[in-house]
Design a protein around this ligand. Sequence first.
Ligand code: NAD
Length: 235
Amino acid sequence: MQQYRNIVILTGAGISAESGVATFRDNGGLWENHRIEEVATPEAFAADPVLVHNFYNMRRAQLPNVDPNPAHFALAKLEAELDGGCTIVTQNVDNLHERAGSQNVIHMHGELSKLRCNVCLTVHDWETDCFIDTPCPACDQNALRPHIVWFGEMPFFMDEIYGLLRSCDLFISIGTSGNVYPAAGFVSEVMRLGNAHTIEVNLEPSEGASLFTECRHGKAGDLLPDLVDEIIMRD
Ligand code: NAD
């Protein structure tokens, strides 16, 4: 393995699976026993905001009960020890990367521990429950929603992410099924420019596995510590 100076790491639900956070595709399209259309679309929130708030309240309340696993800690070590840039672009809305010590994390699908006001657009850090009559601390309107990118909405930070993909020399995708765009297209964007090494780490070959130059299949918590040590040793 060569030396790398600009690493981009895409993570998905699979990296948090060993922490006890349910993945979405692994259980037949059910997410914590809800169909995705019932809880993760703007239409769902408009139709039944009580159900959607309850779903996210439940998931937010789970956060203190799950802990980062060896895969999260390995990525934090990589960022700390690499003599170059290392950015995690995560599709996950949990906070396990940060709690493992990673500082350079982009949450392209939002964060469970934040709410946004639909009126004044202020984003608030939030650890407790939210209800339809919870007022926005900034403007006092009852218009708070989860700061989550729902299906049909535009992911956050896309310009910044494509800039990173264009300049990276190593792209690693971890624990993502390759079904959800635009993240599923990141490896093609990196390969189109032709300069970066690309590695998939996943329990099984993902939809896009053949697009990567290297694949390592197994549990992220088993594979990541060794992969990170290989990268650091070359540094
Ligand atoms: P996904 O559920 O579609 O795919 C998860 C992938 O991880 C699968 O390919 C599976 O084989 C693999 N996997 C399972 N356990 C693994 C392990 N221990 N090690 C390595 N790989 C493992 O998830 P996705 O691709 O992230 O996309 C689904 C959407 O659901 C995303 O938008 C994501 O934001 C959201 N989601 C987030 C969380 C979270 O925040 N933790 C949890 C569930 C879903």
